[in-house]
Write a protein that binds this ligand. Structure first.
Ligand SMILES: *Cc1c(COP(=O)(O)O)cnc(C)c1O
Length: 409
């Protein structure tokens, strides 16, 4: 049996042995950044991903960028310009989103445990609040009354089904996210329409899914659930966020998601939706699918040593900057991210090495026994698929090592 391989990483090209972004070789980009390690994000790849989705998916579907995947302001500005709206998960993210200049009603704010202060800012800003609990709704109503500003609210629904084969399940069963579907009808009836504006629903069932069949099933069930919940509702449903869930290949054996069948089903479902909820704007929210493949984490080789027959390559970057690649962000069994030597893209021979970081913990692994080009001090190790949940999801103060830089090219 052949060992499973990483899907080919074709999003970045190379020239004369060097990985290229924005027309420049990696060595020049490293000089421009000034120091390693750093995250490199390539805006042309983000633009391509959005264009690809728009080519497949119905025109009436709005694409939102969930900025917790990568909240670098320059990235958020770029994404605001090419998508139809932004989703945020904290007030700090909300301010980054508002700073882009897009209208506040194209920004939605989700997340359990929003504080009164956060709710007050969100209501004053005029963003849509995805309500996560009955108490939160109560707080919103009171703040709206006190400020004399009608909050825009969508109820986040914890659906009565799960997104199958999802890397991270966030709906179905007992969950801290959203309000159980069974509780929704009574809650809608309790909303005082003179104080807050009820927009519709936010139904997010999971993320990092690479199986079109289960995404299709989840999207179909999500819309059916929305129709059921909308029955008997007097207010118009004007907003329907059906979540996202589209995954990207990280590990050996995983393949890029095929969009055709998902698109065909969406086309049919949106036609039904037009009939059932004629004024509902359907929104899909995506983080990693839009920016994950556009990012690299670059670390520099600082030492190489042999230990009892194995070669360890030590770099100045690791777990503290890129928790996901180290295997400690939601993985059950550690697997390698795709990794290359960015200044030796055309090596004839490969050597099996382990690439580790500078932290005093055995968890600080970038690549475990991977075949890479022959390495020397100063070489640049690149971790692919690092544009989402890299910088933002890492314990960057752990061991008080220097912070990574970020550059958008
Ligand atoms: C995290 C999150 C997303 C984005 O998930 P990705 O896997 O990055 O696409 C979208 N919506 C909500 C509510 C989230 O919490």
């Amino acid at each position: 049996m052949n060992k499973p391989k990483h899907a080919p990483m074709t999003q970045f090209s190379s020239h004369e042995g060097e990985l290229v972004s924005g027309g420049q070789p990696i060595s020049r980009i490293a000089a421009r950044v000034g120091s390693t390690p750093f995250y490199l994000y390539d805006r042309s790849i983000m633009t391509r991903k959005v264009a690809e989705l728009r080519r497949y998916f119905p025109d009436s579907l709005h694409l939102h960028y969930a900025i917790k995947a990568n909240s670098m302001p320059a990235v958020v500005n770029h994404m605001a310009a090419i998508t139809d709206g932004l989703d945020v998960a904290s007030v700090a993210e909300m301010h980054v989103a508002l700073d882009t200049g897009i209208p506040a009603e194209l920004i939605s704010f989700a997340g359990p445990g929003k504080t009164r202060e956060e709710l007050r800012s969100a209501i004053a800003a005029g963003v849509i609040i995805n309500v996560e609990s009955p108490l939160e709704l109560d707080r919103i109503i009171h703040i709206s009354e006190a400020l004399s500003i009608k909050a825009l609210v969508a109820l986040r629904v914890n659906p009565d089904f799960e997104l199958k084969s999802s890397g991270m399940r966030m709906g179905g069963g007992a969950k801290p996210f959203g309000i159980d579907a069974e509780q929704i009808p009574a809650l809608i009836k309790s909303i005082p329409s003179n104080l807050v504006t009820f927009k519709g629903f936010h139904i997010f069932s999971g993320s990092q899914n690479l199986k079109p069949e289960s995404i299709i099933e989840a999207q179909t069930k999500t819309l059916e659930l929305a129709y059921r919940l909308a029955e008997g509702v007097e207010n118009d449903i004007t907003w329907l966020n059906i979540g996202g869930g589209l995954g990207i290949p990280y590990f050996p054996g995983e393949q890029p998601l095929e969009l055709e069948t998902i698109a065909t089903n969406l086309e049919q479902q949106l036609a039904i939706c037009k009939n059932k909820l004629p004024n509902a704007q359907v929104v899909m929210e995506l983080g990693r699918y839009l920016v994950g493949e556009a990012g690299l984490y670059i670390a520099e080789v600082t030492d190489i040593k042999e230990s009892r027959g194995e070669t360890f390559v030590i770099t100045n970057g690791g777990l503290h900057h890129h928790l996901s690649a180290s295997g400690n962000f939601g993985q059950v069994i550690r697997k390698n991210y795709p990794v290359c030597v960015a200044n030796k893209m055309e090596a004839d021979t490969l050597h099996k090495v382990s690439v580790v970081g500078p932290l005093c913990t055995p968890l600080d692994i970038i690549a475990d026994k991977l075949e890479l080009a022959p390495l020397e001090i100063g070489d640049l190790i690149a971790v692919y698929q690092s544009g989402a949940y890299g910088f933002t999801a890492s314990p960057r103060d752990f061991l008080s090592q220097p912070q990574p830089k970020q550059i958008l090219i």
